[in-house]
Structure formats: C-alpha cells, structure tokens
Design a protein around this ligand. Structure first.
Ligand code: DQA
Length: 149
C-alpha cells in the first residue's frame, strides 16, 4: 500500500513562515514524522511539495497508477482552485484534506474549502497531528477500498 502526501504552496516555508499560526516545525520534520508513522503502519509514502497548481494537478493525475490514497494540504488553493477540486474528483482515490491551522476559525475567506466536498474528509487545526491523523485515515480508507474490490 502506498500513500501520496501532497503539500501545496508556501508549505516549503514551514518553520519560518508565520510561526504563530503554523508553528516551528519544518516541512522536512513533518515529512520525517509521517515516514516514521508510515513505517509503524507498514505502508509506503511519498512526500511531494509544489508551489504550482498545474504541478499539483499532474501529481494527482499520476497518483492513480501508483498510489492507494492521498493526504493533501492544498494551502491557499483550498479556497479557490476549482481545477484542483476537479482533479481530486477525477482521480477516484480517497483524498484526505488536511490543514495545520483551523481554517474555520481564521479569516472569512479561509472558511470556505472548494476541495472539501470532493475529499473523503477534512482534518483542520491540529498542527502536525492533522497530517498524522490524515495518514491514518488514508490508510484505513485505502484498506477499505481494497477489501471491497
Ligand atoms: C493551510 C491553510 C490555508 O488557508 C493557507 O493558505 C495555507 C496553509 C493550513 O495548513 O493551515 O497555506 O492550508
């Protein structure tokens, strides 16, 4: 079983970017914690970050042939990218939307996610735990899909 962890724009700056909102943990540390959890769960993961909408769309399309589920933090694209929403809807893999911050408790424009309706679920506001819980959920959903086939 293989899970794709996809990080959107500006998440490469974790650790230095608005630490009061996103914390001091770097993206590399987030990925390392995810890799450790993946080992414990007995699954493989690939972590990928891009600041570019089209590259994230390409990665989602390619995920169909090599991954069983996706943990996705779309960053600011969450709030307006219909193209990413369509890509999530198109691929047919379980996609767990995750956010470090609680998007529902921030500025009005962040409270809307155009991704949420096509994602399997959303985990928001738990810092790095959003990702760790997202990975656990992705594995559980991928196993369920496997059992149904
Ligand atoms: C974010 C929340 C978004 O509103 C923001 O644009 C981000 C990060 C989060 O993880 O809390 O870049 O997705």
């Amino acid at each position: 079983m293989k899970i794709l962890v996809l990080h959107g724009p500006n998440l490469n700056l974790l650790g230095q970017r608005e630490p009061g909102v996103y914390g001091l943990t770097t993206l590399e540390e987030v990925n390392n914690k995810l890799r450790r959890l993946a080992d414990e769960l007995g699954v493989k993961i690939e972590c990928f970050q891009s600041n570019h909408e089209g590259i994230l769309i390409d990665k989602l399309h390619q995920a169909v042939k090599s991954f069983d589920a996706v943990v996705f933090n779309p960053g600011a694209f969450t709030h307006y990218s219909i193209a990413l929403r369509d890509a999530v809807a198109a691929i047919g893999l379980p996609v767990i939307e995750v956010h470090l911050s609680n998007i529902h408790a921030r500025e009005e424009f962040r409270t809307q996610s155009v991704i949420a309706a096509v994602a399997a679920g959303q985990i928001s506001g738990l810092g790095i735990h959003s990702y760790l819980l997202g990975l656990q959920a992705a594995v559980a959903l991928a196993k369920k899909t496997e059992a149904e086939i």
